[in-house]
Write a protein of this length. Structure first.
Length: 63
């Protein structure tokens, strides 16, 4: 169970980092503002999921 949880944390954090990178790349290359807005919303959603996963882990495996 703990191995699956570690994988889940890594996946959540990597997804946030990838979306952040894509948003920065879009802004740096002068991409559409609509796409930047969508990426920002996705990043916030995935950050909330990542925080939820971390809190769940602390609740389940914290001492």
């Amino acid at each position: 169970m703990e191995e699956f949880y570690k994988f889940l944390i890594i996946a959540a954090l990597l997804s946030v980092a990838i979306i952040l990178f894509l948003g920065l790349k879009n802004m740096a290359t002068g991409g559409s503002a609509n796409m930047s807005q969508k990426l920002m919303r996705m990043r916030i959603l995935f950050q909330a999921i990542a925080v939820g996963v971390l809190m769940l882990g602390l609740f389940l495996f914290g001492k």
